[in-house]
Design a binder for this molecule. Structure first.
Ligand code: PLP
Length: 390
């Protein structure tokens, strides 16, 4: 057996692997487990996108190595998407790279910009993949607490001069996983000013960019003047078009960052299969009616879940975007003891908030990735445990 490299050994423990094991044990004994703990879209990719891939697969040009970091036609489709959706001008030649899912970009960017000992500002709670790239690069994380009383936005005033001096990178993510919060112009403006002043690259993870509720379209970081000077946005087709298995994403914005990512990527995987790139461009240029339908579906589920939770006495707030709800655990429980209890006694899986960082303690994340009646049944089962004061 070969020992793992020091870099690999620095990778944080996979918190949710533990949860999967617990769920498997309960599933061995019960066939009615409701899993609301995961983040995998439950609907298939819209058929016209799949059909486009089938047609494109026959094109022999795509059977060769693709141009590194993406075909120009796909980069142009991304630029046109930004113009159409956000009225943002993007140069497809220098401001877009194609990724195998946003995940790759989120890890690669740490390798591109960090040296050992650098500081990275991360939202807490936050998407655990940010931690991996930072650990592999030997950099240090500085958590920015996202508090409910602050609409789950970080308070930049809490960052010390020393932290800002050492910081090279900052991750932000709105609509937010796990809290369901959305960004404001003011938040992004503050981040851009901070990035400008302290030479910090701002990485905005826009994975749930298409999923905003109550008729409000989430804003793109790149809509804010000056954004491209200090940062990039990560976009993905995984959630917008139910294409999580296809592995298509983009990094868009600051040309020096795009160049660095393309440099690294050329050595890893060059780029994606051309047929997938063609279908991805087709999705971005489509009339977006599938996206509207998807958002309507998630919004109905959100309302059903929140209503059902309130009916059992759970004092919860509705998420404003993403496909997650972030509910407080009742008095006397930690996020893990509560999640364990509802798994064992109600056979409902929820994700303990502490898995997203220490400031996630006190909450659980519930996915909107099951039908309304399943979400309602899950709340009814939890209600029978009588954990909430009536
Ligand atoms: N960013 C966030 C906040 C996510 O929740 C996810 C997936 O769950 C990703 C990025 C990964 O996206 P992709 O499928 O494009 O790698």
């Amino acid at each position: 057996e070969f020992p793992q490299s020091e870099a690999l050994q620095r990778l944080p423990e996979q918190f949710f692997a533990k949860l999967v094991n617990k769920v498997m044990k309960v599933k061995e004994q019960h066939d009615d487990v409701i899993n609301l703990g995961q983040g995998n879209p439950d609907q298939p990719t819209p058929k016209p996108i799949v059909d486009q891939l089938k047609k494109a697969a026959d094109n022999p040009n795509y059977h060769k190595y693709p141009p590194f970091a993406g075909y120009p036609f796909l980069k142009e489709a991304v630029a046109d998407y930004y113009k159409r959706e956000y009225n943002v001008d993007i140069d497809p030649g220098t401001e877009v790279a194609v990724l195998a899912g946003a995940k790759t970009g989120l890890v690669e960017i740490s390798q591109c910009l960090l040296n050992a000992g650098d500081t990275v500002l991360v939202p807490d709670p936050g998407y655990p993949d940010y931690w991996s790239g930072i650990a592999l690069a030997g950099a240090n994380m500085h958590e920015m607490p996202l508090k409910q009383e602050n609409d789950f936005h970080p308070d930049f005033a809490e960052l010390s001069a020393n932290t800002l001096h050492n910081a090279k990178l900052m991750f932000l993510n709105y609509p937010n996983n796990p809290t369901g919060a959305v960004a404001t112009h003011a938040l992004f403006e503050e981040a851009i000013n901070l990035g400008d002043k302290h030479d910090i690259c701002i990485v905005h993870d826009f994975a749930y960019g298409a999923i905003g509720f109550d008729g409000k379209k989430p804003i793109s970081f790149l809509q804010i003047p000056g954004a491209k000077n200090v940062g990039v946005e990560m976009l993905t087709l995984s959630k917008t078009y139910n294409m999580a298995g296809w592995r298509v994403g983009f990094v868009v914005g600051n040309p020096s960052v795009i160049k660095a990512i393309e440099l690294i990527q050329d050595h890893y995987y060059c780029s994606l299969f051309g047929g997938i790139q063609e279908a991805a461009a087709f999705a971005l240029r489509s009339d977006q009616s599938s996206v509207t339908q998807l958002v309507t579906m998630y919004e109905k589920r959100r309302t059903a879940l929140v209503d059902a939770a309130q009916k059992i006495g759970w004092n919860v707030e509705a998420p404003k975007g993403s496909f997650f709800a972030w509910f407080p655990v009742p008095e006397g429980y930690t996020s893990e003891t509560f999640a364990d209890l509802v798994l064992e006694k109600a056979r409902v899986v929820v994700a303990p908030g502490v898995g997203f960082g220490k400031h996630g303690e006190g909450y659980v994340r519930i996915g909107l990735l099951s039908e309304e009646k399943v979400l309602q049944e899950a709340m009814e089962r939890i209600g029978k445990l009588q954990l909430f004061p009536s």
